[in-house]
Design a binder for this molecule. Structure first.
Ligand code: NAD
Ligand code: TYD
Length: 351
């Protein structure tokens, strides 16, 4: 069946992988990438597919409900995969309201337009909301987040994503819209914006800048290669149970410091540097306020129900990521020479 899918946030990190996958795998679908091109949105991420006949781009802010409605009508949108968001925890600590606007109000705007235009027959339409494991809060040493773990967001970012998840569920209950939500663990891979841990540290290792480790470095994250997340989104979109939730993760927990040491080792090998040279760049800095100790996803449900599992090991994914950043330093330079440079200055000076 033909579909006209609106993918929001398609110029961002994960969104660009989802757009690429759908544009190339489903030539019969029309893929409309709606993105405001904030600091995190970059059309360079899609230049390999942006001439495809089934790809369209609309520069629209999801705070503008009228423009969203025009895009729905212009392209006859049948389904939404919603990724647009303010996504960086550290920025949410500095500017929580930006997260309320985009993540909560922007999501409700999209839901309202979809509700209004699809109301004749919701059964032919799906609103897929892409969310994060951070809505569940922090874990202690034991346990994993399942789909029934109570929400307990701790940062303005996760609070705004939790709220948007609740709205999506509420629209399914109240208006009988067909929705689905997935909550994924930390992603890494090509096109990752270099203010998040892995791309920031790759960039700093290349340029021999300090590697700022927050607190004691023993915080734990569960890392998933971004292309495996995109494949999971494809599966959930096509085969997921309507009005259900799927946790996505690779059972791949690392303390920050162990991950950073592995990254240093792999980068030293790639850059022909002396063993342990880059580890000398590790610098412990002041901790992030409200820093969640540990995230870890139980991905049993998506594995059993939809047959999804990661296609690459962490070592393979990390090697591909490092190779990509080394081969795409112009992409990196274009970002780090722009507005991001000011952000970096303000975050890490005097930390
Ligand atoms: P990102 O910050 O790289 O990209 C976000 C995109 O949304 C950008 O292209 C940006 O221009 C766009 N955008 C932001 N505000 C907008 C607005 N008001 N209107 C229209 N477009 C706007 O984020 P990401 O890391 O690719 O994350 C994508 C989604 O996946 C988010 O919803 C995030 O919560 C979720 N998620 C991310 C991770 C992760 O590890 N990065 C993990 C789980 C879930
Ligand atoms: P991040 O990539 O910001 O993702 P999230 O906070 O959404 O999990 O950070 C991953 C982990 O790395 C987190 O525990 C914070 C830590 N971190 C540092 O130690 N130093 C840094 O400069 C950054 C950006 C993150």
């Amino acid at each position: 069946m033909n579909k006209n899918i609106l993918i929001t946030g398609g110029a961002g990190f994960i969104g660009s992988h989802v757009v690429r996958l759908f544009v190339t795998k489903y030539p019969n679908y029309k893929i409309v990438n709606l993105d405001a091109l904030t600091y995190a949105g970059n059309l360079e991420n899609l230049k390999d597919i942006d001439q495809s006949p089934n790809y369209y781009f609309e520069k629209v802010n999801i705070l503008d409900a009228d423009k969203i409605e025009s895009v729905f009508k212009k392209h006859g949108i049948t389904d939404v995969i919603h990724l647009a968001a303010e996504s960086h925890v550290d920025r949410s600590i500095v500017s929580p309201l930006d997260f309320v606007y985009t993540n909560i109000i922007g999501t409700v705007n999209l839901l309202n337009v979809a509700r209004h235009l699809w109301k004749e027959d919701y059964s032919n339409h799906l609103f897929y909301h892409v969310s994060t494991d951070e809505v569940y809060g922090a874990l202690g040493k034991e346990g994993l987040f399942t789909e029934t773990t109570p929400y307990h967001p701790n940062s303005p970012y996760s609070a705004s994503k939790a709220s948007s998840d609740h709205f999506v569920r509420a629209y399914a209950e109240t208006y009988h819209m067909q929705t689905v939500i997935s909550n994924c663990s930390n992603n890494y891979g090509p096109f990752h914006f270099p203010e998040k841990l892995i791309p920031l540290f790759i960039n700093n290792i290349i340029t021999k800048k300090p590697l700022p480790v927050y607190g004691d470095g023993l915080y734990t994250r569960d890392w998933l290669f971004v292309k495996d997340h995109a494949l999971a989104i494809d599966l959930v979109f096509h085969q997921g149970k309507v009005d259900d939730t799927y946790n996505i993760g690779g059972f791949n927990e690392w303390t920050n410091i162990d991950l950073i040491k592995l990254l240093c080792k792999l980068m030293d090998e790639k850059l022909n540097r002396a063993p342990c040279e880059s580890e000398q760049l590790i610098t412990y800095v002041k901790d992030r306020p409200g820093h969640d100790r540990r995230y870890a996803i139980d991905a049993t449900k998506i594995n059993k129900e939809l047959g999804w599992h990661p296609t690459v090991t962490f070592e393979q994914g990390l090697a591909e990521t490092i190779d990509w950043f080394l081969a795409n330093q112009e992409w990196l330079n274009n970002i780090t020479s722009g507005a991001y440079a000011n952000y970096y200055e303000s975050m890490y000076t005097n930390r």
